[in-house]
Design a binder for this molecule. Structure first.
Ligand SMILES: CC(C)(COP(=O)(O)OP(=O)(O)OC[C@H]1O[C@@H](n2cnc3c(N)ncnc32)[C@H](O)[C@@H]1OP(=O)(O)O)[C@@H](O)C(=O)NCCC(=O)NCCS
Length: 193
């Protein structure tokens, strides 16, 4: 992990790179050397991701441009700390993991994550989220990190369990998936766990 890690202070933070072993986590980029926009458009075309992911949708290249700009801005405003999961030899984006809904007073945050559809089930997210959690508790000095997913999102539930989250409860019919209401499972990990 990079050494220059500071706790949340709302004074603006430079994006932090994390060595996650088989992968590395870096800020999302759209510049001359690394451009994540095509990988983002391809990743968001996956029906499974569209079904389960709450929030932003990336429909095209312009949408990906706005998405990368927003993620960059969020580092500086400390609203969200989000990383591209990068393949170590090519630097290619193969997923995204982040800490969002940052509450600097309560020292809480929530996980957001997805991986490329053809690379799932290989431990990619478990490894990457583990590294992001270490940064959240160690670098940001968070106390509580939540993980929420729709009941029925079996692989997401598996990731929560494997990353050491405890089930706090079930929020009844809190999420709409494919036009139908689903319960939301709420998990948490504490710095003291
Ligand atoms: C959830 C997600 C991020 C997991 O990424 P991943 O890289 O596949 O995660 P991992 O390989 O570390 O772990 C996935 C686990 O789910 C299991 N799994 C995958 N599909 C499954 C299924 N249909 N039924 C049961 N288990 C399943 C895998 O076997 C693995 O568990 P295991 O290691 O015990 O075998 C990925 O599936 C994804 O991007 N889904 C779409 C977007 C999404 O749901 N994001 C989360 C929103 S809360």
């Amino acid at each position: 992990m990079a050494s220059s890690v500071s706790c949340i202070n709302l004074g603006g933070m430079e994006p932090v790179e994390i060595n996650a072993g088989a992968y590395y986590l870096r800020q999302l980029r759209a510049d001359d050397r690394i451009d994540d926009r095509k990988a983002l458009v391809d990743g968001y075309a996956d029906p499974e991701l569209r079904r389960w992911l709450i929030g932003n949708a990336i429909l095209d290249f312009d949408g990906a441009t706005r998405f990368v700009a927003e993620r960059t801005q969020q580092w500086h405003t400390e609203q969200r700390f989000s990383w591209a999961i990068a393949e170590p030899t090519t630097g290619e984006l193969i997923g995204e993991v982040g800490l969002k809904v940052i509450d600097p007073i309560g020292r809480t945050a929530e996980v957001g994550c997805w991986t490329r559809y053809d690379l799932r089930g290989k431990g990619l997210m478990t490894t990457s989220l583990g590294a992001a959690l270490r940064f959240g508790f160690g670098g940001l000095e968070l106390h509580r990190i939540e993980y929420r997913h729709a009941a029925g999102n079996v692989s997401s539930e598996r990731v929560a369990r494997k990353c050491g989250f405890s089930l706090d409860g079930r929020l009844r019919e809190a999420m709409v998936v494919d036009g139908a209401r689903h319960d939301l499972l709420l998990w948490s990990r504490l710095a003291t766990d």
